[in-house]
Every structure is written in C-alpha cells, then in structure tokens.
Design a protein around this ligand. Structure first.
Ligand code: GLN
Length: 533
C-alpha cells in the first residue's frame, strides 16, 4: 500500500468508554478489507508495565507471546483481529522516560538539556512509528490511554499533533466521547462532547472523526449539531450504542460507514464493503444460543476486569457450543465446608482462577475438593492448577500440610515449589516465567483429545512450579502429568482421567482464545459442562 497510515484513538469526557473496543473494531474493519493492521496502546502512567499492578487498578494483566506483561486492551486487539501483539504494542510513560534517561546516562544527547519537548515527545513519536517501520503494517492504530485533559496525557497529545502535522493525510485522529442522557429533562446532551473537542483543539489537534458513546439512539439533527460545533464532517460523526455483546460493535461501525470515512480521509480507494462473513456467523450463533451453561469462577476478585480474558474465552467457547455462558463469581474468601455445596451444586463446571498470594486460597481447596468428589467439570488455571495439585496432595496423598512455597515457605510437603531460576530474583517487575513455551502432550489424555496435537505452545506468567519429586506419587494415586515442557521437564498440565473433566494447566490458555479461533481447552471444558448430567 506504500506508506504506513497512522490512526490515533483518544478519549474524552469520561474513562471506560471503550476506546479499546473502538480501536479493535476499526482494526477489524480495515483488516477485513485486506489491510495488514496492528494496534498499540500507550498508557500515560509511570509504571514500566502493568505487571506489578493490582487488578483493582487496571484489571487483568495480559501476557503477549513474547513475554510482555501488558494492558488488558491488547487482549481485545488479539481477540478481534486474531493477531499476535508484542512488547512493542504496549508503551507506558515509565518506559518512555526510562529509555530517555538511559540514553542521557549513555551520553547520547551530547550535552543537551533533556526536556519533555522535544526529548520525551520524540521518544513517543519514535515508538508510535516503530511497528509501522519495522513490520511494514498498512495501518498502525494507536490508542492513547486516559482522558483528554489529564495532565499526564499532554506529551502524547503533543506528539500526535506533531505527527499529524508531519504526516498529513497519513495520520488521523478518532476521538471517542460520551453523550449523557438526562432522564429528568428527557434529553441527550452534547455539551460535554463539545468541551472535550475544545480541549483537544486547545492543544492543536482537530479530531477527524468523532465516535459518540450513548445509551440512546442519536438523531440526525444531534449529529449535525455536533459536526457543526466541532468542525467535523457530518458523516464523520458516528454513534456507538451499548450492545449486548462487544463483538457487535464492528458491524454497527461498518453500518455507519466508519471504515469508508477513514479510507476517504486518508486518500485510499474504498472498493466493496466486506461481508464480515465468519464474524456475522459467530454473532448469529451467539444470538441464537439461549440455553445457558452455568460456570462458577472461583477466585478472590469479584471484579469483571480481573478475569477479563477468562470471561471472554468462556463466552466464546459457549457460543461455539450453542450455549450462553452464565458466569457466577464465587468468592473463594467466603467459601467454607458448610456453604460449598450450596455454592457449587448448581454449576455445570467451575474454573479455579489464577492469582498470587495467600488470600482466598483455602476456599479454592474447598471448592476443588467438592468438585473432585462430586465429579464437577473443573478447570484450574495457573494458581488454579497449583491448587488442584495441593488439594490432591492433602486429601488423597494424605499430606495435610502440603502447600506451595509461595504460601508457606517452610512446608515439609512443597508439592508446588519455587522454580530454580526464580530463587535469586529480587526485582518483582517482569521477572516471572513469562510468554510462550512449548509443551508436549500425552496422547492418552483428555487434553490431547481437545488439542488434537502433540506439540502446543502456551503463554505463562508464574514463579512457582509443580515439584517433580512428587510426580510418581501423584501418578500412582490417579493424577496424571499429561503435559511436559520438553526442555525444562516442568509439569505444565495435570489431569484426573477417571473424572469427567478435571484438568489443571500451569499456563494461561485464555490469552490465546479469539472470536474466530476459540481455544480448544475452553471448548472441551464447556462441552463437558453441558454434558455434566
Ligand atoms: N502465584 C503463582 C505463581 O507465581 C501463580 C501465578 C498465576 O496464577 N498467574 O506461580
């Protein structure tokens, strides 16, 4: 296509309007037209990456194949586009400053005074263009975290202003705002949008396209008014209504010609509108699936975003099994031997969630014991797999004090132990076993039946591992180690073959489940849950 085109997505009025979904939808529509597209997220906080952030701050930490701990929006990009993102797709202010300061210490700036403008903005601009130049993408979509008007966003906005100036038609700004509905007045209000656009204009950026989040249909007159007051073409004002599923958004955007407007503004041929066939088939199937499959999520956070990718993987797998995922949070801190039956007996299957630290762990053991002894389909992920092993050691092997070294450093039965290479590590950020590793499956296992392949690659994020000293004992007592890393011999998957579906995985399969390619283990788990009987 020639030169890479850059689309910036900014947000105004309020946070949590769904910039990630809009960026992903734009990406999807351009990709459907045959373009090679990637999306990156720039976060204005000082952390180097979100790896050390508590889920209450920024939701789950997503992990890329190359082992970067990333913002959860990268999960949306991958699920919508079916692409793989990398470390270069997620930049924070912390990383920008670190790289500028490292250059300064090396003497690269030859005696200059280092300032926000031009040094920080130049570094931001370099990072904006990095993927485009290196990988020759046709489009690089850059989502800017935060809300216009935040002090910390300013260097990013200044960089966008400069890039727009330098690139002309090859750069474009999509601004997402919110149009509130005042019930008492019965009116939709555009003033916050006008203010937000003024804020952008005050730093020299004229948005090219406005996407208005709204809970009510916007009239043509209202859109005309916004266009007039904000210096934007009428066909460049697009509404984004609340949808029953986020996967509906690309279709709604296409109906309003958002992709056509983008192509026209960037001087590209428009051609025919792609049909989005498989995507629409997925949506049809999703709408038709009304029967529910009830899944209990056993974890310590009753917070949607903390388990974002797991929720999405479950709901995708449910759709492909013609069911609607009915997901219930089961707070593991509140689980007791007395209430476990009442909490789990109606579930078709349970997930034992990933996590760190002691809080809520005993409840996970209680849930696992109930599920194991009542043959409830159970899927343990990362810490969930470790808990499955610990519960087995305690209640089947008879080691009442079995534990992970993470929870009890002195446990005499450390069935989960710290990995050798982790022992000397003192820095918390970016030092876990991260990213994709190979795993070889036992052909005589449910896991193999699901994957239909002996060699798999899955993403990891952990410091502790199954202790191989106990392997034989586990296997003799009925828990099989069916997935092994061929290089390190680490146990990646355990399974109780005599139960309907009882599998624990040390990795995070949820990160690689996408709309058009749901993850085989989630598909197989949901199928087992449906047939629970
Ligand atoms: N806390 C465990 C470990 O570090 C599991 C991590 C996780 O669930 N992601 O090994």
């Amino acid at each position: 296509m020639g030169e890479t085109k850059y689309i910036f997505v900014t947000g105004g009025v309020a946070s949590s309007l769904g910039k990630g979904i809009i960026s992903s939808s734009i990406g999807k529509l351009l990709q459907a037209r045959g373009y090679n597209v990637t999306i990156q997220k720039f976060d204005p906080y000082i952390n180097i990456d979100p790896g050390t952030l508590n889920p209450y701050e920024h939701g789950e930490c997503y992990v890329t194949v190359d082992g970067h701990e990333a913002d959860l929006d990268l999960g949306h990009y991958e699920r919508f586009l079916g692409i793989q993102t990398t470390k270069a797709n997620n930049i924070t202010t912390g990383r920008i400053y670190k790289s500028v300061i490292d250059k300064e210490r090396r003497g690269d700036y030859l005696g200059k005074t280092i300032q926000v403008i031009p040094h920080i903005t130049d570094e931001i601009k370099r990072n904006v263009k990095l993927l485009g130049t290196k990988n020759k993408f046709d489009f690089v979509i850059t989502e800017i975290g935060g809300t216009v008007g935040d002090i910390e966003s300013l260097p990013y906005l200044e960089s966008i202003r400069q890039l727009k100036w330098e690139m002309g038609r090859n750069a474009l700004c999509v601004h997402l705002t919110y149009v509130p509905y005042l019930a008492a007045a019965g009116e939709l209000k555009t003033k916050p949008t006008q203010h937000s656009v003024k804020e952008l204009q005050s730093v020299g950026i004229q948005p090219d396209i406005l996407v208005l989040r709204t809970e009510h249909e916007l009239s043509t007159n209202l859109k005309k008014k916004v266009a007039l007051f904000c210096n934007v073409d009428e066909n460049a004002v697009v509404q984004s209504m609340d949808m029953p599923t986020i996967y509906e958004v690309p279709v709604r955007m296409q109906e309003q010609g958002l992709d056509v407007t983008i192509l026209q503004k960037m001087g590209l041929p428009v051609g025919e509108t792609p049909t989005l066939g498989p995507w629409r088939d997925f949506l049809d199937r999703r709408h038709k699936a009304t029967e529910k499959v009830k899944i209990g999520l056993v974890g310590k956070y009753d917070l949607q975003d903390a388990y974002k990718s797991i929720l999405e993987a479950l709901s995708q797998a449910a759709t492909y099994n013609d069911r609607k995922a009915d997901i219930h949070f089961i707070n593991s801190e509140k689980l007791t031997n007395e209430n476990v039956e009442e909490q789990i007996k109606d579930m078709d299957g349970i997930i034992i969630c990933p996590g760190f630290g002691q809080r809520g762990i005993e409840g996970k053991f209680i849930a696992i014991k109930y599920a194991r002894t009542h043959n409830v389909p159970t899927f343990g992920i990362c810490l969930g797999m470790q808990c499955i092993a610990i519960e087995f050691a305690r209640n089947v092997l008879g080691y009442a004090d079995a534990n992970s070294r993470e929870m009890d450093e002195k446990t005499p039965h450390n069935v989960i132990d710290i990995m050798e290479e982790q022992k000397a590590i003192t820095n918390m950020g970016g030092t876990m076993r991260l990213g994709a590793y190979e795993c070889v499956l036992d052909q005589n296992s449910k896991t193999f039946e699901a994957y239909k392949s002996e060699h798999i690659q899955e993403r990891h994020r952990h410091r502790y591992e199954f202790n191989n000293d106990y392997k034989q004992e586990f296997e003799k007592a009925g828990m099989k180690c069916v997935g092994i890393n061929p290089e390190s011999d680490l146990v990646e998957i355990v399974e109780i073959p005599t139960l309907k579906w009882f599998i624990g995985v040390q990795f995070h399969p949820e990160y690689s489940s996408t709309v058009l390619k749901p993850h085989p283990l989630f598909l197989s788990f949901i199928k087992a849950a449906i047939n629970k009987g």
